[in-house]
Design a protein around this ligand. Structure first.
Ligand code: GLU
Length: 444
């Protein structure tokens, strides 16, 4: 569609050298044509041009002092992409690969993901090229305090609500919250999510992204009268998302057999032991090789990757572009029938094309991993009413939201004559909610 090509050309021109951002925008725009044709109003008021331009981008210096007394300098980011549906909402990523391109791609994805949750949250993302690996707790604390010393003026429970992502978990959120509270003299619980359970956090938030990804896979399988019970599941990653994807898969009777990190991957034919995984990764902050060393029957590999393992279900839960066309071919050859993305944009465009051509069940991250941010919204709800829900209540709400997202994707795909196309369903369902609100608000 010419209108979409024009917008994409402009994005390429105005955002040079940002390949992941281009990829994320292209993946969405490519699927919007039927919606824009059906509703000509979406061509008015430069709606698409405004959608691809962040409302605000903040980049700042983060100086901190390491344990040797040496001054280190990192760069901090917060991209406040779209607030049509609510306060900006999205995680902070601390990883050496972080740059403006990565944060913009994540922020763009977050707009549609958050719209799909139906929880009244806009889209944003932030982070830093700070690498928490190998840093002491004190170094992480000093970094977080310096990061928040700039960020605090841009956020608030009605403005922008950060949370965790890669490299930012409970420890980091604690230090960030402490500094926010100190600087503002406000115990503003709803300014961050993923908080500790003793001071405003929500039960199930830790588990939510991984749980949700598995629940989404299960909903997809039900449309074909298939069951997760007894399925062999291949999972990449070993952080928060992967860990709780393993746990939920096991609870539902499936057998998750792999985990990975940047040093290699583990094949554990009897099924991953979640308790050991949590001990190694969360408590000891170790590597997956430490897991393999302690688990009988588990094998650690440095060559190849988890996608070569035969499976029924694949859950990419590590990072962007971790599953390429060759991996997709191998998965399909080995009989994989379901792919549900726990990470953000883990499959390359070539891989997605192969999954779609072969008509297996494939769910993009903005639908399948929305359980994390949805439960963040539940945390905000509890904070606003000073309530504390039980685990069962929070998990029930999460389950309902995941089902609603699944059904919205399915119904939208059907409405536009492409049944079973979860990519089109997720993009158009999310887009129309945001676009309608933007049109209501006028040109801003
Ligand atoms: N970083 C997560 C995501 O990619 C969660 C964001 C949040 O809870 O705000 O959706």
């Amino acid at each position: 569609m010419q209108r979409i090509d024009e917008v994409m050309d402009e994005v390429l021109k105005r955002n040079p050298a940002e390949p992941e951002f281009h990829q994320a925008v292209r993946e969405v725009l490519e699927t919007l044509a039927p919606s824009i044709e059906k509703h000509p109003k979406y061509q008015d008021y430069a709606l698409l041009e405004r959608l691809v331009e962040p409302e605000r981008q903040i980049i700042f210096r983060v100086p901190w002092i390491d344990d040797e007394g040496k001054v280190q300098v990192n760069r901090g980011y917060r991209v406040e992409f779209n607030s049509a549906l609510g306060p900006y909402k999205g995680g902070l990523r601390f990883h050496k690969s972080v740059n403006r391109n990565i944060i913009k791609f994540l922020g763009f994805e977050q707009i549609f993901k958050n719209a799909l949750t139906n929880q009244g949250i806009g889209g944003g993302k932030g982070g830093s090229d700070f690498d928490p690996h190998g840093k002491s707790d004190n170094e992480v604390m000093r970094f977080c305090q310096s990061f928040m010393t700039e960020l605090y003026r841009h956020i608030g429970d009605m403005t922008d609500v950060p949370a965790g992502d890669i490299g930012v978990g409970g420890r980091e959120i604690g230090y960030l919250f402490g500094q926010y509270k100190r600087l503002t003299n406000r115990f503003e619980a709803g300014v961050l999510t993923g908080k500790g359970l003793g001071w405003g956090g929500s039960l199930v938030r830790t588990e939510a992204t991984g749980y949700g990804t598995v629940l989404f896979a299960q909903s997809m399988m039900h449309t074909r009268s298939e069951r997760l019970e007894g399925a062999r599941v291949v999972i990449s990653g070993s952080g928060n998302v992967a860990t709780y994807a393993v746990e939920k898969a096991q609870q539902l009777g499936a057998v998750p057999v792999t985990i990975s990190d940047s040093s290699g991957w583990v094949y554990d034919p009897e099924g991953i032991d979640v308790e050991l995984l949590r001990q190694v990764k969360e408590v000891e902050r170790g590597r997956v090789s430490d897991y393999a060393n302690r688990k009988k029957g588990a094998v650690f590999n440095t060559k190849g990757n988890v996608w070569q393992v035969e499976c029924d279900v694949a859950l990419p839960c590590a990072t962007q572009n971790e599953l390429n066309e060759d991996d997709a071919r191998t998965l399909l050859k080995n009989g994989c029938k379901v792919v549900s993305e726990g990470a953000n944009m883990p499959c390359t465009p070539g891989a997605i094309e192969l999954f779609q051509e072969s008509h297996i069940l494939y769910a993009p991250g903005k639908a399948a991993n929305a359980g994390g941010v949805a439960t963040s919204a539940l945390e905000m709800r509890q904070n606003a009413s000073r309530a504390k829900w039980s685990f069962d209540r929070a998990e029930h709400e999460l389950t309902m939201i995941m089902e609603e997202i699944h059904d919205a994707c399915l119904a939208t795909a059907e409405e536009y004559g492409q049944p079973g196309n979860y990519v089109l369903g997720a993009n158009i369902a999310g887009f129309e909610r945001v676009a309608d609100a933007m049109l209501d608000h006028g040109v801003i």
